[in-house]
Structure formats: C-alpha cells, structure tokens
Ligand binder design. Structure first.
Ligand SMILES: [Fe+2]
Ligand SMILES: [Fe+2]
Length: 132
C-alpha cells in the first residue's frame, strides 16, 4: 500500500512552495517504484538537484539574516545531501521513500526552527527577503 508523505508548512511561502514541489515529485517516484519495483535514476537525480537548490536558497537567507543556528542547519543539509547522494549511487530501490522520511524529519526540526526565526525577524527585513 502506498502512503503519501506531506510536509507541514513552516510559514514561509517560498520555502513551503519548494517543500510541496519536492514532496510531490518524491511521492510520485515512490508510487512508481511501488508499482514497478524500480525507480528512475534520472528522475531521482533531478529531484536531488532540486533539493540541493532548495537547500542553497535556505542557506543564502540564513546568511542574509545572520541566523543564529546557521552552522548547525548547514551541517544538517550537508549530512542529508551526502546520504541521499550515496544512497542514489548504491542503486537500491526505495530511494524516494527513504528521502521522503529524511526530509520530513529535517523539515520538522531545522526548517521549522528557521521558519520561526524568519517570522520573528523585523517585518520590513522579512518582507523584503521573503515576500511574507
Ligand atoms: Fe527546506
Ligand atoms: Fe533546511
């Protein structure tokens, strides 16, 4: 049975849109893997590139806002991306489902804390940088 994974919003429109897009692609790939017993390595690599771009966008905003927990969040990105790259290289089926779980944990911890910090930032500064 296929279970869809949804990511809780962190309250920052640009990042929530990224998270929704990544989750939709991962869920679609996981569904395909469940049905066919194999995953498209090309689609997995394309999703991984989207996740990397998203992490870079978060990191740029962390630097701009001088986010206090930036170092810890950067390390979490590094670990998460290294594990996903390694997992993809292994060719083991179920990559999308494993990445869905890893990202869910990341978004419920580091991204949520970052979202709270963005929301608490000076309104003018926040509006200029995130459109919220
Ligand atoms: Fe994120
Ligand atoms: Fe993040």
């Amino acid at each position: 049975m296929t279970r869809e994974v949804e990511y809780a919003p962190i309250g920052v429109p640009q990042f929530d849109a990224d998270h929704r897009s990544i989750a939709a692609r991962l869920n679609a790939l996981a569904r395909a893997a469940d049905h066919h017993g194999e995953e498209s390595a090309e689609e997995a690599a394309a999703i991984l590139a989207e996740i990397e771009e998203h992490c870079t966008r978060e990191e740029l905003l962390m630097a701009e806002l001088s986010y206090r927990d930036r170092e810890r969040h950067l390390l979490a990105h590094e670990d998460m991306l290294a594990a996903a790259r390694e997992d993809l290289r292994s060719g083991r089926c179920g990559w999308a489902r494993r990445v869905l779980r890893t990202l869910a944990r990341h978004q419920f911890t580091e991204d949520l804390l970052f979202g709270i910090a963005i929301t608490a930032a000076e309104p003018k500064e926040r509006e200029r940088k995130t459109g919220t």
